[in-house]
Design a protein. Structure first.
Length: 125
């Protein structure tokens, strides 16, 4: 049952003031088409039948996505190196992106167990 998880997400959003109304947030999240917000998978290590398989040269599995602009780790390191802080709106945008990623994956039946700044990519629109 996905309903309890969605309620927790919405309660957290409401606490931080990103969404002004629980009803609006619920409607927004429940009607989002999460398939359209993920980047395109261009390829992956596979066998002749398209089953995932390690690359024969390296022995590693890999996936190929479209090229991104920068990772969240790059952004955070840039702030650290320049002794800057992210603007409140940028933090809200990152927060919403993370909530959307987790909710979108969960809506498709997946759970991501290794979300980290180096694995979050910003793309040009």
């Amino acid at each position: 049952d996905r309903e309890p998880n969605l309620k927790l997400i919405l309660e957290e959003l409401h606490k931080h003031g990103d969404i002004t109304s629980y009803a609006t947030a619920y409607t927004t999240l429940s009607q989002m088409n999460f398939r359209s917000v993920f980047v395109e998978l261009l390829g992956y290590s596979r066998d002749e039948l398209w089953n995932p398989k390690p690359d024969p040269e390296t022995g590693l599995h890999f996936i190929i996505f479209e090229l991104g602009k920068e990772t969240l780790k790059d952004v955070l390191n840039g702030c650290l190196n320049n002794q800057e802080k992210l603007a409140v709106q940028e933090l809200r945008n990152i927060h919403w992106a993370l909530v959307s990623i987790v909710c979108g994956l969960q809506s498709e039946g997946y759970v991501h167990l290794d979300i980290k700044p180096a694995g979050l990519m910003r793309y040009e629109l």
